[in-house]
Design a protein around this ligand. Structure first.
Ligand code: NAP
Length: 334
């Protein structure tokens, strides 16, 4: 099967570093898939906090990546690069993109794509890759979370947080989370969190101590940083693992490091985007084996906040920056 591919497409460009209004539709050439890559006719693209940072000029795309924003997509395969054997033209896929997701067509490495889970719409599927790859690697591979362990995730209502709560709970962990309002906390409990802390009026260190009979939590996924760094050391259990994926409240902090030594803590972190295609392909394979069956059974599903048309990407960014969203914001692509 072959599909007619136009020469140009509509994409959303970052015309200059700045606020949401710098995101503007532009005509761009449709990219061509290279060896090991596939071209996808994008039907939906997920919006992530790193896109906001890129728009502000604080998170430049890695060398070789598209300058267009967009780290995850879903759509149909329309062309195959040399050696991209797994897929056929017409296959519905969702994929982690190195960039360029806010567009009608996007090239992705074949190994970084996954089948659309059974029963999922393309809009839902576009909400999966970025948070599922990130949570899988940081919570389960890096943090080593196991069944029966206690897990704390900050920012529980975020795209990352809603995924982390569901996966940790599905794999048998006791889940505590923090969020900035009672409404967000209620949503986290619905997703499977055992305890949700509204950090505006409760201290998560005290709640963790009470909920774990002073044992502490085995794994912490943190995107906040700042004074949470020292407080995470307090909340962690002996041999606890703390995984840092962002520093929304600052990367410079003072903390009592004696806890690190006395509790034998491991404090680590990572960023997904600059990792190699093969590294991301290995995460994709693990997700397909271990998590895709849970999605097909709807034991885990993306939490959909709002959907905007591609041309209104600026409104999607505005929504994310207002901070009222729960779960994922997605762009529908005509
Ligand atoms: N390292 C990696 O590989 C990787 C990959 C993907 C994403 N990330 C990072 O993970 C974080 C979550 O991403 P996302 O796409 O899920 O974003 P998101 O939905 O916008 O989540 C951000 C969350 O952080 C909470 N928050 C706490 N302090 C904040 C502050 N000072 N400013 C803004 N929000 C604050 C917000 O909720 P409250 O109302 O509860 O405060 C919000 O739920 C982002 O920082 C992103 O850059 C890292």
């Amino acid at each position: 099967m072959t599909v007619k591919i136009p020469e140009s497409m509509t994409a959303i460009a970052i015309t200059e570093p700045g606020g949401p209004m710098v995101l503007k539709p532009e005509k761009r050439a449709v990219p061509l898939p290279g060896a090991g890559e596939i071209l996808v006719r994008v039907r939906a693209a997920g919006v992530n906090r790193p896109d906001v940072l890129q728009r502000k000029g604080a998170y430049p795309p890695p060398p070789g990546a598209s300058d267009l924003p967009g780290l995850e997509i879903a759509g149909e395969v329309v062309a195959l690069g040399e050696g991209a054997r797994r897929w056929s033209v017409g296959d519905p896929v969702c994929a982690l993109a190195p960039g360029g997701g806010y567009a009608q067509y996007c090239v992705v490495p074949a190994s970084n794509a996954l089948p659309v889970p059974h029963g999922f719409t393309l809009t839902e599927a576009a909400a999966l890759p970025e948070t599922f790859f990130t949570v899988w690697h940081n919570v389960f591979e890096r943090g080593g979370l196991k069944e029966g362990e206690r897990f704390l995730v900050h920012g529980g209502s975020s795209g990352i947080g809603t995924t982390a709560i569901q996966l940790a709970s599905a794999f048998g962990a006791y889940v505590i989370t923090t969020a900035g309002s009672d409404e967000k906390c209620a949503a986290c409990l619905e997703l499977g969190a055992d305890r949700a802390v509204n950090y505006r009026n409760e201290d998560f260190v005290a709640v963790v101590a009470e909920a774990t009979q002073a044992k502490g939590v085995d794994v912490i996924l943190d995107m906040v940083g700042g004074d949470y760094i020292g407080r995470n050391y307090q909340a962690a259990a002996v041999d606890g693992r703390i995984v840092q994926i962002a520093f929304l409240n600052g990367a410079v902090a003072s903390a009592d490091f004696s806890k690190l030594m006395l509790k034998r803590l491991v404090h680590t972190g990572s960023t997904l985007r600059p990792r190699t295609v093969d590294f991301k392909g290995a995460i994709a394979a693990a997700l397909e084996r271990q998590v895709w069956p849970l999605l097909a059974e709807r034991r885990v599903a993306p939490v959909m906040d709002m959907i905007f048309p591609l041309r209104d990407a600026w409104r999607a960014h505005e929504r994310m920056e207002e901070g009222q969203h729960i779960g994922k914001i997605v762009l529908d692509v005509e």
